[in-house]
Structure formats: structure tokens, C-alpha cells
Design a protein around this ligand. Structure first.
Ligand code: SF4
Length: 440
């Protein structure tokens, strides 16, 4: 029998990491064993990302380096999966002849069969753009024992001008609610206490089976699962956020009061050029509605600086939004054109230096906001779901609030997976520090 040691690595977003977990589940069911380094493997798989050029360059560099390994081990099977595989298909096989499999975002559930084909000597290209992805998940494989991600939909129909996702992940397809519920139940039965539902645009969940706006119903159904303490969902496109969804966040005990609702810009001119379908005024109204309906809600946002045509005035509008909105967290990206997208046809006219300066300025504004907001927790008792030892300080435990702030404190490692109360004594812009108040 051919060697069954597999090394798999995922670049990019949480969705990509989850897809790598799913591919690995299929491989394990077929008798494969995961190994920790490419050197030990008979099969090497990279699940790639093409949302930003930087992630793509890193993937190409890693795959390029495998040429030498393949020369020493001619039976090695090398597969490129995911968004970059979908986008660059034939050119990967041409440019990197040591690659055996190019498998897009919808075909990785066939990975076992594709490896067998590659072993027969074929160059395998599997990049169909449609179809549901259904994999019997190995629930034991997840980032931490107490937390897991569950995909509820794939693809995106929004075509934001800068974004390659609709071209590489295909049209939006929602998973049937029963499949999702079964998977969540299996995870909870296996000890998982917090689930994050994943989708490019979770607020339009249900559209592909003619029930747009079905997210609140899904949340309601999952909230009834005994033993599930916390339920989250990402990402929320502002244009699809509804009062019903916000009421579900307010009313369902397990659903956390945290939204990831990317604004991308504070300038109406740029939002329109980005094809985001809302204005900064509408975004502010949504924030106000979220704060009115969901007491204590925290909101995280994403921004792109240096989109084509962004002037200093446009950027200042974005900076004002960040000062005003009091986000819990902001992720800021410098614009880079992605091939095939409408924005790639515009002149990329903001200099690298201006993009860098705007990026730093926005992060500085958010850091000051975060520092202020975090200080409001000093002296308060907060509920923390303990995840385990802190990555930065193994003498302390780390966990999160329902509103997503990270908390570190001293305590016995047996508290991992438990809800505890911590009194906050100190804060930084990113972390709350405290001492155990009582166990829950
Ligand atoms: S909503 Fe826009 S930014 Fe998000 S994945 Fe879809 S096209 Fe890309």
C-alpha cells in the first residue's frame, strides 16, 4: 500500500483552516495519519488563500521549495488546494511541474480519490465551481478542545469590487439546517462549549434554498442544544443585518453579544466604488440599532485603506468613523489589486507610502479607542470561558468574554473549558488581566 502519511497546512482565513480540517477528516477515514512536517510525509497538501497577494506569495514560495524534496522522494504527492488553486489552475501545473494535484474550493471532499489518481501518474485538476460541500466531520479535530468552527454556507454573491472570493469560492450555497444542527450536536457531545458559525456573509444564510434571512431561525434552533454555552457567527455584511437578527442576539441565551460587521470605509464615494451597497450613514444607523437592541454589544470591523481614488478627505471620513464607532477591534488592510476583480481595472493610484501611513494612523486611532474601552472593565467581574494556558504566559490561563475580549488570569489548568468569573484589575488595548473571583 502507498504511504499514508499526510502533512497539511492552511494559509489565510478561518474558513480555509476549517476546510483543511475537513480534508483531513476525509483522509483519516481513509486510513491516513497526519504528520507534523513536510519531510515526514508521503502526501503534502497546502490549502491556499488568494484574498491578499501576500498570502499567495507565501504559498507559492512554500510550494516552490518542495521541488527538491520531490526530487529525493519521487513518489511524494503534492497537492495545492483552495482559493489560489481555483484561481491559477492550469498555470500552477505549468509553472510548478512537481505539483500533482490542483484542487479548488468545492472539490476537496474528493481528496482521497484525487490522491489515488495522482498516484497513477496523472496531473489532477479538480476545480469545478459549483456544488455543495459535504464532509462527515471528525469532531475530535478542532483548534481547541472547547471551541470549534462550523461552516454554514460557502461562496458569496456580493461581488465587492476589490474581492476575489466570489470568483474563487463560487456562488453562495447554504448548508441545510439539519446538517448544521447534527454537526453542532456531535461537537457539543464531544466536549465543545463554544461554536462559531462561519460564512462569507452569514446574514444571507438560507438564500440558496429560498429562505433569505433564515439566520435567526438557525440561531434559535442551535440555541436549544443543551451544553452549548456560547454561539457566535461571522461575518455579517452590513447590508443584510436585520432587526430580527439583532433581536435573536439579544434574546437567545447562548448567542454572544458580538458582531463582526466590516465597514471597509467611512467615505460614501469609496463605499460606492467598492460596491458595498450601503452608505456610511446607513452603517452608523445599524450600529445605533445594534447598540439600542442589544445592551453591551461589541462590534468589530474591517477597513481597507488606499482603495483606488481614496483621497485624504475620504480617509479622514474613515478615521472619523473609527473614532466615533468605538469598535471593540479593527482589522486594517492595505489595498492591493486582485486579478479578475472590477477594482483591478482601476488605477491603483494611492502610493505605497500613503497606504502605509493611513494603515498605521487607523490602527493608532483604534488602539486609543480600545485602551479607553478596556479601562472601563477595571474593577468589574466578568464571565470568562477558559480556553487553557495563555500563549504568551504559560503560568496564566486565558479565555474570552462573550463580547470577545481576551482575559488572562492565574488559576489551575483544570478550569479549562469552564465558565468562571474574573475580577479585572489591569488592562492593555488587547487584553484584560485579573484574578479569579469565583468558579461558575
Ligand atoms: S461580501 Fe464582499 S468582501 Fe465579503 S466575501 Fe463577499 S465579495 Fe468578498
Amino acid at each position: 500500500m502507498s504511504g499514508r502519511k499526510v502533512f497539511i497546512h492552511a494559509f489565510g482565513c478561518q474558513m480555509n483552516k476549517l476546510d483543511a480540517e475537513l480534508a483531513l477528516s476525509a483522509l483519516k477515514q481513509a486510513g491516513y495519519e497526519e504528520v507534523a512536517s513536510p519531510g515526514e510525509a508521503d502526501v503534502i497538501l497546502y490549502n491556499t488563500c488568494s484574498v491578499r497577494s501576500h498570502a499567495e506569495q507565501r504559498a507559492y514560495s512554500n510550494i516552490g521549495k518542495l521541488k527538491h524534496l520531490k526530487r529525493r522522494k519521487p513518489h511524494l504527492v503534492i497537492g495545492v488546494l483552495g482559493c489560489m488553486a481555483q484561481k491559477d489552475r492550469e498555470s500552477i501545473i505549468e509553472r510548478l511541474p512537481h505539483v500533482n494535484i490542483v484542487c479548488g474550493t468545492r472539490e476537496f471532499p474528493r481528496i482521497v480519490e484525487l490522491i489515488e489518481e495522482a498516484r497513477q501518474g496523472a496531473s489532477v485538476l479538480a476545480c469545478s465551481e459549483s456544488g455543495a460541500v459535504s464532509v462527515e466531520r471528525d469532531v475530535a479535530r478542532r483548534p481547541t478542545r472547547f471551541r470549534a468552527y462550523v461552516s454554514i454556507m460557502r461562496g458569496c454573491d456580493n461581488f465587492c469590487a476589490y474581492c476575489i472570493v466570489p470568483y474563487v469560492r463560487g456562488r453562495e450555497t447554504s448548508r441545510p439546517p439539519q446538517d448544521i444542527e447534527d454537526e453542532v450536536r456531535r461537537l457539543v457531545d464531544d466536549g465543545c462549549r463554544e461554536i462559531t458559525l462561519l460564512g462569507q456573509n452569514v446574514n444571507s444564510y438560507g438564500k440558496s434554498f429560498d429562505r433569505p434571512g433564515a439566520l435567526p431561525e438557525l440561531l434559535c434552533r442551535l440555541d436549544r442544544i443543551a451544553g452549548l454555552d456560547r454561539l457566535r457567527f461571522v461575518t455579517s455584511h452590513p447590508k443584510d443585518v436585520t432587526r430580527e437578527m439583532l433581536q435573536a442576539v439579544r434574546d437567545l441565551p447562548s448567542v454572544c453579544e458580538h458582531l463582526h460587521m466590516p465597514a471597509q470605509s467611512g467615505s460614501d464615494r469609496i463605499l460606492s466604488a467598492m460596491n458595498r451597497s450601503y452608505t456610511s450613514g446607513r452603517y452608523r444607523e445599524l450600529l445605533a440599532l445594534a447598540k439600542e437592541l442589544v445592551p453591551g454589544v461589541s462590534v468589530a470591523s474591517d477597513f481597507i485603506v488606499g482603495f483606488p481614488g481614496e483621497t485624504e478627505e475620504d480617509f479622514e471620513r474613515t478615521a472619523s468613523l473609527v473614532r466615533e464607532a468605538r469598535f471593540q477591534q479593527c482589522f486594517v488592510f492595505k489595498y492591493s489589486p486582485r486579478p479578475r476583480t472590477p477594482a483591478a481595472r482601476l488605477v491603483d493610484d494611492v502610493s505605497g507610502e500613503d497606504k502605509r501611513r493611513r494603515n498605521i494612523k487607523l490602527l493608532e486611532i483604534q488602539s486609543a479607542v480600545s485602551a479607553d474601552e478596556q479601562r472601563t472593565f477595571i474593577g468589574k467581574d466578568v464571565e470568562v470561558l477558559v480556553e487553557g494556558l495563555s500563549k504568551h504566559d504559560p503560568n496564566r490561563l486565558a479565555g474570552r468574554l462573550r463580547t470577545n475580549q481576551i482575559v488572562v488570569f492565574e488559576g489551575p489548568s483544570e478550569l479549562a473549558g469552564k465558565l468562571v468569573r474574573v475580577r479585572v484589575t489591569e488592562t492593555t488595548p488587547l487584553t484584560l488581566c485579573g484574578a479569579l473571583a469565583e468558579t461558575g
